[in-house]
Design a binder for this molecule. Sequence first.
Ligand code: FMN
Length: 424
Amino acid sequence: MNDFRLKLGEKEYVPIFVGGMGVDISTAELALEVARLGGIGHISDAMVPTVSDRRFKTNYVQEKQKKYKFNIGNVDKSIVQFDLQRLAEAQKLFVSRTMSSKKGDGAIFINCMEKLTMNSPRNTLQTRLIAAMDAGIDGITLSAGLHLGSMELMKDHPRFHDVMIGVIVSSLRALRPFLKRAAKFKRLPDYITVEGPMAGGHLGFGADDWHEYNLKSIVNEILDYLNQNDLDIPVIPAGGIFTGSDGVEYLESGASAVQVATRFTVTEECGLPEKTKQSYLEAVEEDIVVNTISPTGYPMRMLKQSPGIGTGIRPNCEAFGYILDSNGNCQYVDAYNREFEKNSKNISVEDKTCLCTQFRNFKIWTCGHNVYRLKDTTHKLEEGKYQLLRAEEVFKDYQFSKDHMIKLPERKNSNASEISLAAA
Ligand SMILES: Cc1cc2nc3c(=O)[nH]c(=O)nc-3n(C[C@H](O)[C@H](O)[C@H](O)COP(=O)(O)O)c2cc1C
């Protein structure tokens, strides 16, 4: 892939995006490393007050929970609102701290999901977008939703024409209305990420028909449409691109870069706990499911052994509440209340999961379809664990490898610390 370059605005990049992975799975550390290497890294603003509390010892979650404590037993969650000033503060803190550490020729973008409706979709999305621009983010990737109103939310910001803005779509049908609305504000996107059915996270396909779609055909359809309409917008395919050669196939057929994620879930810089990374490495193809337990209404791909499936934890909207829609409803809250009425002890909710608490605790193990191939990208160590990779090793493998080969990382000596202790 190193024979190609992505031109975005006035700058050139190694044509590799590492996709946003919330909540804090694509960490600032991962995004910074990708930027250092000349590509485009993503942070995600999913549950940014929680992320800020963890990283910077702020108190946003506790403060919100305290304010709404009186409502904990109430099934009606409509009163539980985010304080927009606090939300902006958390976003600015996270983005500005990340951007101030940036080195190298790459860029750092933020993934902003529209489906994170936060009990006031328009206001909370606008707050997050504006705060990210204020804090100096290089680009914004609009995801998980059609984003028909998002350009309007940003249009008065002084950086509206200078920050890179892209959108993730899974079909031409979803792209067309977005372009139409963007044209109204004389602000076409700077890039279009086309996410196919093999991707991780939420999918823009039906839970029953995702396997009937194929990334290459969707990308070609979108490239043709853009050509026919004289629209020169870089197209970035995503989902299932596992080797540098997979990437080159897209670049040779008209794409400008590729977006990848799953291979980076087992890097040291990724935010998943070490044990979860090992579960990703151990996964076999039969472990991967696409289900509808996400209360967003979108199907999601995950490992079926995710500990967050089928538990009946009490919704904690007073502290979190990211999936509450504009009327204060959430599919998990409804499912939980249904089970609670049947039997208030030993509650188990099979059909939905509490995305806030489970994602916060890394208990829903979403992954791309190729997760079962991760074990072929590293060494199995003597004690039975797999060696984690450095983000640089994965990035450079995409950048330089040929013929669908994967270069294994330099083998770490698993007994290194014991040996050096003995020598001391
Ligand atoms: C663990 C994980 C979490 C993800 N979370 C998000 C997310 O929060 N928002 C989003 O737009 N995409 C998300 N994605 C999708 C990726 O950004 C990316 O587009 C896709 O997974 C690329 O395909 P690959 O994983 O096969 O390389 C996630 C993917 C993974 C693997």
